[in-house]
Design a protein around this ligand. Structure first.
Ligand code: ADP
Ligand code: MG
Length: 286
């Protein structure tokens, strides 16, 4: 008599093999969240509201451009996200953790390139790899990491050059490489290329597109130029004049890399500009 325990029970034979588990597509995680964030500056004599309370979310890998007139609080907003100053109301969180101070997870590329003139190009980029406790890697690794960023910026030939030997556009590339080298979760860019000629700007925006595509970096950039906003942003958040608040968001549905001079970019730029003009119509109705 066969051992019944060794036979398949009938029920088991009829049950089909379980389907391999298909995990659902992961939902995009909200990386950065601003809830009811505002900023009021207080001096001995007066109080000035720079940013009205606003809510904003930035997804992982998204490039959001803050667009608005001069003085509407764009730099203020970046400074709050960078943790340079606290908001007057509300809370900023990155990956669920409150932002309370500057950190290497949120790095800013400044308007002024702010490179060290006494360091050569590669050492400036390597400096970005330094954190509060000193350098994070051994020197050869720092050099290797810095070199790969220089390659991405098409600046590898200039690694031993000194800062004063570089053009304005080159300095901005190095500043960008230095901000990217520590692999921040969020890169903050404040009016990146204000004083550059049209050709240099076109090339730099081309490079930024490449970085966006290759690194999928989460970027928040600020500009008052509608074409720059349309070229760079997945989403353009249009601010009202001071105190800044969100007037409208425009999603830029164009494939990358985008050419800043392309007609489609121009169409989005016109749409963004029309929003800005509608603000002044509201302020000065005919
Ligand atoms: P934007 O970058 O859009 O041009 P800012 O964020 O620099 O605007 O400034 C927004 C407003 O807040 C401006 O009116 C500016 O004068 C004011 N402001 C910015 N920083 C300070 C500060 N540290 N102290 C007082 N007022 C400030
Ligand atoms: Mg500014």
């Amino acid at each position: 008599m066969p051992n019944v325990d060794l036979m398949d029970p009938p029920a088991a034979r009829e049950t089909p093999a379980p389907e391999p588990e298909v995990s659902p597509a992961p939902l995009p995680t909200v990386k950065l969240r601003l809830a009811n964030v505002s900023k009021t500056y207080q001096s001995a004599t007066q109080t000035g509201e720079a940013l009205a309370p606003l809510d904003m979310e930035v997804e992982e890998g998204e490039c959001v451009v803050i667009f608005g007139p001069s003085g509407c609080g764009k730099s203020t907003l970046l400074n709050l996200i960078a943790g340079f100053e606290p908001p007057t109301t509300g809370e900023i969180t990155l990956g669920g953790k409150p932002v309370t101070k500057p950190g290497s997870d949120r790095l800013m590329m400044f308007q002024e390139h702010a490179l060290f003139p006494w360091l050569n190009v590669i050492r400036n980029v390597m400096y970005g790899l330094k954190n509060e406790r000193g350098f994070r890697f051994r020197p050869w690794k720092q050099r290797e990491a810095a070199r790969s960023w220089l390659e991405l910026m098409h600046m590898e030939e200039f690694e031993t050059a000194l800062v004063h030997e570089l053009s304005g556009g080159m300095k901005q590339r190095i500043a960008l490489a230095r901000a990217l080298a520590p692999d921040p979760k969020v890169l903050l860019i404040d009016e990146p290329f204000p004083a550059l000629d049209a050709l240099t700007k076109t090339k730099l925006y081309g490079d930024l597109q490449e970085i966006l595509v290759r690194t999928k970096k989460t970027i928040i950039s600020v500009t008052h130029d509608p074409r720059e906003a349309a070229c760079l942003g997945d989403r353009v958040v249009i601010f009202t004049p001071r105190p800044g608040k969100i007037q409208r968001e425009i999603r830029v549905d164009l494939p990358r890399p985008r050419d800043i001079n392309a007609a489609e970019v121009g169409e989005y730029a016109a749409q963004i500009m029309a929003e800005l003009e509608s603000q002044s119509d509201e302020k000065h109705p005919d």
